[in-house]
Design a protein around this ligand. Structure first.
Ligand SMILES: NC(=O)c1ccc[n+]([C@@H]2O[C@H](COP(=O)([O-])OP(=O)(O)OC[C@H]3O[C@@H](n4cnc5c(N)ncnc54)[C@H](O)[C@@H]3O)[C@@H](O)[C@H]2O)c1
Length: 467
């Protein structure tokens, strides 16, 4: 049964939540008093619908419906989960809770707050135990981290929040003790303060600081974080050696972290001016597109290594896989072309066409019972001959489907006919004639399949000859 999320406040963060929930198959009910909210969320949704599915090899769930509501009470009616993302003002958040708690006593009520502690949000609420902090990171539809801070939330509410967030592909980090700004933003605040001083004192420009991050430690942080990186930096002797070597440096007056530069008009002008010189030739939308493409490419690379956030996506991908539907012809692949599959011409590289058809035949093998267990037991199909005809271009972000027919299924011989189509208009992008032989992985020679696979292949061949 489709579940329903309520999104209260549909700005930068609320829009990202709405997109992630809808793309993961939830119906979403939004309330935001801004008359422009629908247009703004539409734009976030368009970016998210292009980028998020690129992370997955499995077909995405059917997209949930997005409905805009006239009142917060209407938006939370029937909702299993509520995500509040209104502006960062305590009295506003508390007022919103008073209105919605009366209508939705059983839903999880999670707040996106960056700074407030759960106890501050829970103070004065009719049911404090219903409220939990679930602090995400922008763009919510791509970054998996969400800091889950319970405060006085009931354990059952926290558990439900964790289960919902995991189900939509996120990584809930349980923050055991509540502090202002949780965990991650404390780091960002430290880095931000140091950066402000470096610009104010004329040591570095905004671009030089960004370069210091993106060419070096930013890459290390994305895959190992801080402590694991330093453990490696300690060499064979590891963390203890690292601490012994660099510990004394903490006494040196390197940092100005305890001071905050005065936020004068001059400082704002200095930073904004440097930022304009650095990136002013690109619109915010163009920068968002660049950011999303890069994040997708990094996350997919980590997925290939089964590491860090990539491991999370790999595991989530496995939960999205469903058995093929018994359609005629079989739809063996349904996916979005990811950014890292395109070449200098901007379209999908020809090698990836081969990969898509190979994925299609693997799905068909699973469908007829030649699955992982069957292969582990020493049986498989090997491709002997493939003929691909490239008929049309396909670009990153486009949805493609492969329809597969069994054109020959006799004994050890299996011949497949695949058609790759653009989902939006049915254009045939490529065809593939593929001849495979059943083999014994022990002798590495061809042999007939086991009876249940043979029966399934013959049945499909008959159905596809008639259909
Ligand atoms: N921007 C970030 O990077 C970021 C990251 C994590 C968490 N947050 C948190 O998310 C929350 C929202 O931040 P944002 O950046 O999306 O702000 P935003 O200004 O982009 O969006 C806030 C939205 O709330 C709407 N709103 C105002 N009053 C409302 C009400 N009474 N009911 C419903 N909607 C109302 C506004 O019209 C606006 O669309 C804040 O608590 C913030 O701390 C922000």
């Amino acid at each position: 049964m489709t579940q329903t999320a309520a999104v209260i406040g549909g700005g930068v963060i609320g829009g990202g939540w709405a997109a992630r929930f809808a793309l993961m198959g939830w119906d979403v009910q939004v309330f935001d008093p801004d008359p422009e909210a629908e247009r703004k969320i539409g734009e976030v949704m368009a970016g998210a619908a292009r980028a998020l599915p690129m992370l997955y090899e499995a077909p995405m769930p059917r997209r949930g419906a997005l409905r805009f509501c006239a009142t917060p009470e209407e938006a939370v009616t029937g909702a299993d989960y509520i995500q509040e993302s209104v502006p960062e003002r305590l009295e506003l958040k508390q007022k919103v809770y008073a209105a919605i708690q009366a209508v939705a006593p059983d839903a999880v009520l999670a707040s996106s707050t960056s700074g407030f502690k759960p106890s501050e949000l829970q103070a004065g609420a009719v049911r404090p135990g219903q409220i939990v902090v679930a602090h995400p990171f922008n763009p919510v539809y791509l970054l998996p981290l969400v800091e889950l801070v319970p405060g006085a939330a009931e354990p059952g509410v926290v558990e439900r929040a964790r289960s919902v967030l995991t189900g939509i592909g996120m990584f809930p980090l349980h923050v055991r003790a509540e502090i202002d700004a949780h965990i991650a933003d404390r780091f960002l605040e430290a880095v931000w303060r140091e950066a402000l001083w470096l610009v104010k004192d004329g040591i570095a420009t905004t671009e030089e600081i960004d370069n210091a991050i993106r060419y070096g430690f930013g890459l290390r942080w994305a895959q190992m974080g801080l402590f694991e990186t330093y453990r490696v930096a300690g060499g064979e002797a590891g963390m203890r050696h690292f601490m012994a070597q660099f510990g004394p440096a903490l006494q040196w007056p390197w940092t100005r972290l305890m001071d905050v530069p005065e936020f004068t008009d001059d400082l704002v002008e200095l930073i904004a001016g440097q930022s304009d010189a650095q990136s002013g030739h690109l619109s915010i939308r163009a920068l968002e597109r660049l950011r999303d493409n890069n994040l997708v490419a990094i996350l997919r690379a980590l997925k290939g290594q089964n590491a860090a956030a990539g491991k999370l996506i790999l595991d989530h991908d496995a939960t999205l896989r469903r058995p093929l539907e018994d359609s005629l012809p079989l739809v063996t692949v349904r996916r979005i072309v990811p950014v890292d599959w395109t070449d200098v011409n901007g379209h999908m590289n020809e090698g990836r066409y081969g990969q898509v058809f190979s994925d299609a035949s693997e799905e068909l093998m699973f469908h007829v019972g030649a699955d992982r267990d069957y292969i582990a037991a020493g049986n498989s199909y090997f491709t002997v001959e493939t003929t691909i005809r490239y008929l049309a271009e396909t670009l990153a972000g486009e949805e493609i489907e492969v329809e597969t027919r069994v054109t020959l299924g006799e004994g050890k011989k299996l011949r497949l006919w695949h058609e790759m189509k653009r989902a939006a208009d049915g254009t045939v992008l490529a065809t593939c004639d593929q001849f495979m032989l059943h083999v014994s992985l022990e002798t590495r020679r061809s042999c007939p399949p086991l009876a249940h696979v043979q029966d399934a292949v013959e049945q499909l061949a008959r159905a596809h000859a008639d259909g």
